[in-house]
Design a protein around this ligand. Structure first.
Ligand SMILES: Nc1nc2c(c(=O)[nH]1)N[C@H]1C(S)=C(S)[C@@H](COP(=O)(O)OP(=O)(O)OC[C@H]3O[C@@H](n4cnc5c(=O)[nH]c(N)nc54)[C@H](O)[C@@H]3O)O[C@H]1N2
Ligand SMILES: Nc1nc2c(c(=O)[nH]1)N[C@H]1C(S)=C(S)[C@@H](COP(=O)(O)OP(=O)(O)OC[C@H]3O[C@@H](n4cnc5c(=O)[nH]c(N)nc54)[C@H](O)[C@@H]3O)O[C@H]1N2
Ligand code: SF4
Ligand SMILES: [Mo]
Length: 915
């Protein structure tokens, strides 16, 4: 064999964080992967121009990490806990799979649902759904299985863009929300750290935007890399963002006024003209129950869809006859009643939130807030248009973006609402240059959010809330995080809705129940699968969480190395990782973060090298589990339905379906999936099998940018965005309260207060201060805020054990330590690099001080999620973590069930380095 034949470059993708997939080629020399390179074949197709980020370069070390789990392992120590060596002993795949199959068959024999009404099987997958890009055909196994409880979350979900997911999808089918960076001119970013978290796509797009002359204002307590790349940094006081945004709205509606705003958009695409009665509900036509608006033509109130009506956006009117419909369908009749439009209600409500008021709350000068509002309005260029593929659309190049510590937990409803209202006021919602949603997860179909838009109640798009009516509310929870019982807006769409329930409650309620709990006591799952998730590091109060995991009766972890969660496992299964296994996924169209493309198609992750040790392809593992559990037929049927692929394997003019009577080989499965995908994507013009993809890597089809914007779809269907007034949420919240109170439960009452039609400012940061006082500590003992932020080098804790990432991050000041303002450090006698203790009322964490000017004096920051004690390599370097010392409590959970990464702390020097 010649030297050149010994070397090949294999196209594949990285999807280790949610900012993927990104393309790469790996260089394989004599069967060993030696380098990662961009895949320039994808330069045109991929918005990141074929490049992966720094994290992808760590995959070589990941593959050959000497600390990998390379054979199935069985626990030999029956005791579980942080201080109990699990005594993992190698076993054969046969023994491992048979052990699991026996357990699973036992579960089927007992019944899939236990006496508490909860699934006996639970599963947890971490980091924003990215494990799905690595778990091959396992989804087909789970679908064939039946009920699975996805309640036990990690740091993903409740502390990850949570409120944005729920409200974003409700208002504009926006599971994730982005600025239309390729055409925007002005962005106000509240803690959206996109230059770090958006992958190569965001880095390239924002660099291009800077060249084009756009302006980004970064509002954030610390100066992140994104802040440093912005035109302006506004160091806001933590958790006061709603006040800032309310003041922006105030300036727009009161100081500039309606005439300067996008009146046609407000009038025709939003509920701004809907009339509200004295009880705070929409006034409705007594016969049709349709919301009323004031018609300029006839000078009277008419149903919202009356033909020929010209709605009035602002004002007060008297309506001769109307009804309102409250929670539990309670009707009230009104005659000669005073009505205000929703827009009017908004302006009345926001009157008190002046920039001068917000300045005090946010610690930002009023003039700065006022100027930013003015710049935003100016840049919105109301009235301007642009042409996309022959269609003329409004051009509104301004956006407000929110990061994962702003769109999460208490205050996040206010922020998400205010952000969407700011877009609405200038017509920048789902129009070119403005604020766009990029994907749906709680609605279907997940690959096209436009198709999820259908007419629903009151002239809005259809919503699939969990029912709160007395006859259909779920009084006995069917999941351990109670997502259907407690969170109407999270919806009922399978695994995603479940996984986005209040997953901290699932953990907390395993240990303690609220005193007035009247529902069945939650049970442990009989078997828990975990893959690419490490809640014992990524969640809150992580030491206690690890002990909670230790009480689970049986845990099966797909394991790359030992970690803090799988330390409690009964079985470890080593799957073939990134470069060792095969999977075809959807790419492009519009997806998370800034992944809205000019193409859509499919991409192959392929086996570039043989798996290390006895690691096995996930698809092989899934097929074996199906076979040994007696579920083979159902599993293959799910594959044929397209559950693990891209499209059904059999359609009108094609048939690549697999024989349900036989266990298919992984290659056979992926070959069929490749063929079905290309046949359907090309309308039968192409049919490429696995071999073709191995050479080419991806299959792309151009897509119109019109797909990026939802407003034209809303217009075609004559629908309005459910803004600014949240009448539905108000009703739903009251109804939920009725149900809980009928059951004599009041432990969720604080959360119910969040169901407001127009959110008020309340002391959001004060909640964290109160939480510590309520637990018996003294507020003055914990004078600082501790925050976290992400790093380009790490995808959560997923690659913490890779030495190269550690080495690279050492080059960034503050990356591996505790970031402290220089003046604060001087007052406390803390020097650069000195070991510090950061203590909260629940514990302490330790690291090296990194002194900077770019952080508020009252705020500390610890990057990422570390403080490992089991994961090889990283456990030997002392790295602090917020998660060790942030509490997990009911009082810090908001109505959507989310919380935030923030805690009150004290900091002190531990020692001086030897002279
Ligand atoms: N302090 C702090 N905490 C945070 C965050 C933060 O910014 N700061 N971010 C939060 C957010 S937004 C999220 S989404 C969550 C994410 O937190 P999690 O959902 O827990 O996800 P990861 O940290 O990515 O999970 C990493 C685990 O996957 C394992 N793993 C990595 N590669 C492989 C592989 O190929 N095979 C197998 N079997 N296992 C593998 C790693 O060893 C590790 O144990 O964290 C949250 N927690
Ligand atoms: N490189 C990399 N990219 C990733 C990930 C990763 O782990 N690594 N994870 C992916 C995932 S799962 C997610 S959810 C996204 C998250 O993406 P981002 O939301 O961009 O994540 P963070 O870097 O945590 O940014 C949150 C910022 O909020 C700031 N902040 C904290 N509290 C406040 C506050 O009260 N007000 C304001 N204004 N700011 C505050 C923090 O300083 C922090 O910089 O990133 C995704 N992309
Ligand atoms: S941003 Fe980096 S880690 Fe995330 S998918 Fe892309 S290449 Fe992989
Ligand atoms: Mo996340």
């Amino acid at each position: 064999m010649s030297a050149t034949e010994d070397v090949k470059r294999v196209p594949t993708f990285c999807y280790n964080c949610v900012s993927g997939p990104d393309f790469m080629k790996v260089k394989v020399e004599k069967g060993v992967v030696t380098e990662v390179e961009p895949n320039f074949d994808a330069e045109q197709v991929h918005p990141g121009r074929g490049r992966p980020c720094v994290k992808a370069y760590g995959i070589v070390q990941k593959t050959y990490n000497p600390n990998r789990v390379l054979t199935p392992m069985r626990r030999t120590n029956p005791k579980k806990g942080r201080h109990q060596d699990p005594g993992f002993t190698p076993i054969s795949w046969d023994e491992a799979l048979d052990t699991i199959a026996e357990r699973l068959k036992g579960i089927r024999a007992k019944g899939m649902i236990d006496d508490a009404g909860l699934p006996r099987l639970a599963a947890s997958f971490g980091h924003g759904g990215t494990p799905a890009n690595y778990m091959g055909s396992f989804p087909a196994f789970l679908a064939a299985w039946g009920p699975v409880d996805y309640s036990f979350g990690s740091g993903q979900g409740v502390k990850c863009t949570h409120s944005e997911h729920l409200y974003g999808e409700f208002w504009h089918r926006a599971f994730t929300v982005a600025a239309d960076t390729p055409t925007t001119r002005y962005i106000i970013a509240f803690g959206a750290n996109v230059e770090v978290t958006g992958g190569p796509t965001a880095v390239i797009r924002h660099a291009d935007a800077r060249i084009r002359g756009y302006k980004r204002v970064q509002v954030e307590p610390s100066l992140t890399i994104t802040g440093a790349c912005s035109a302006e940094w506004v160091p806001i006081r933590p958790k006061t963002d709603p006040a800032f945004m309310f003041a922006l709205i105030h300036v727009l509606v009161h100081e500039h006024g309606l005439d300067r705003l996008d009146i046609p958009f407000l009038r025709d695409r939003t509920a701004s003209p809907y009339l509200i009665g004295p009880d705070g509900l929409y006034l409705r036509d007594p016969l049709s129950n349709k919301p009323l608006l004031w018609d300029e033509v006839t000078g009277g109130a008419v149903a919202f869809d009356a033909l020929g009506a010209i709605p009035v956006v602002a004002g007060r009117f008297r309506v001769a006859r109307a009804v309102t419909i409250d929670a539990d369908s309670a009707r009230r009749d009104y005659a000669d009643v005073e009505a205000v439009t929703a827009y009017q209600a908004l302006t009345d409500h926001i009157k008190r939130y002046t920039p001068e008021w917000a300045a005090e709350v946010c610690d930002v000068p009023a003039a700065t807030i006022r100027r930013i509002a003015g710049e935003y309005l100016e840049a919105a260029s109301i009235g301007a248009t642009t042409e996309i593929d022959g269609v003329t659309l409004p051009l509104r190049p301004v956006a407000v973006t929110l990061g994962k510590s702003v769109n999460n937990g208490w205050g996040a409803y206010e922020c998400c609402w205010a952000r969407t209202v700011l877009a609405m006021l200038v017509g920048a919602l789902e129009n070119p240059g403005g604020t766009v949603g990029t994907t749906v997860r709680l609605n279907r179909p997940q690959d096209n959010r436009h198709l999820s838009v259908k007419p629903g109640d009151d002239g809005f798009m259809v919503q699939h809330f969990n029912p709160t009516s007395s006859n259909s509310w779920e009084a006995e929870p069917t999941t351990r995080n109670l997502h259907r019982t407690l969170v109407p807006i999270v919806g009922r769409n399978g695994g995603w809705s479940q996984a986005l329930g209040p997953t901290q409650l699932a953990w907390m309620f395993q240990e303690n129940l609220p005193p007035d709990w009247t529902m069945p006591k939650p049970t442990h799952p009989d078997l828990w699968f975990v893959y690419r998730s490490n809640p014992a590091i990524s969640f809150w109060d992580t030491r206690a969480l690890a002990e909670s995991v230790a009480r689970f009766p049986f845990m099966v972890a797909f394991a790359y190395t030992v970690d803090e969660t799988n330390y409690m496992a009964d079985l470890l299964l080593p799957e073939a990782t990134d470069l060792e296994s095969t999977q075809l996924i959807r790419m492009g169209a519009t997806k998370y973060m800034e992944h809205f493309w000019d193409y859509h198609g499919v991409a192959l992750r392929q086996k570039a090298v043989e798996p290390q040790g006895d690691a096995r392809d996930f698809t092989w593992i899934a097929t074996e589990l199906a076979k040994r559990t007696g579920l083979l037929t159902g599993y293959v049927e799910q594959l044929n339905r397209g559950i693990a692929g891209v499209s059904p394997l059999k359609g009108k003019d094609y048939d690549f379906s697999l024989d349900p009577a036989q266990a298919p080989e992984p290659e056979q499965i992926w070959d069929s999936i490749c063929r079905a995908a290309t046949t359907t994507l090309s309308d039968g013009k192409h049919c490429h099998g696995l071999d073709w993809f191995r050479e080419h890597g991806f299959y792309a089809i151009p897509m119109s940018r019109l797909q990026w914007y939802l407003t034209p779809t809303m217009e075609q269907q004559g629908l309005r965005y459910e803004l600014p007034y949240q009448e539905r949420l108000l009703r739903v919240g009251r109804e939920l309260g009725n149900r809980l109170h009928e059951q004599k439960m009041h432990w969720w009452d604080e959360q119910l207060a969040e169901y407001a039609a127009l959110p008020d400012w309340h002391d959001v940061p004060g909640r964290w201060e109160r939480a510590l006082v309520n637990s018996g500590a003294r507020s003055e003992d914990f004078p600082f805020w501790l925050l976290t932020t992400k790093s380009m080098q790490y995808h959560s804790g997923g690659n913490a054990g890779i030495a190269l990432m550690d080495e690279v991050s050492e080059n960034l000041h503050g990356h591996t330590g505790v970031i402290i303002n220089v003046d604060t450090a001087a007052k406390l006698g803390i020097g650069e690099g000195e070991r510090v203790e950061v203590r909260s009322h629940i514990g302490a964490t330790y690291g090296k001080a990194a002194l900077v000017k770019g952080v508020r004096p009252d705020t500390l920051v610890i990057i990422g999620q570390f403080d490992h004690w089991a994961t090889p390599y990283i456990k030997d370097s002392e790295r602090a973590s917020l998660n060790t010392i942030a509490p997990m409590t009911l009082e810090l959970s908001d109505a959507t069930g989310s919380g935030a990464d923030i805690v009150r702390v004290a900091v002190r020097r531990m020692q001086r380095p030897a002279a």
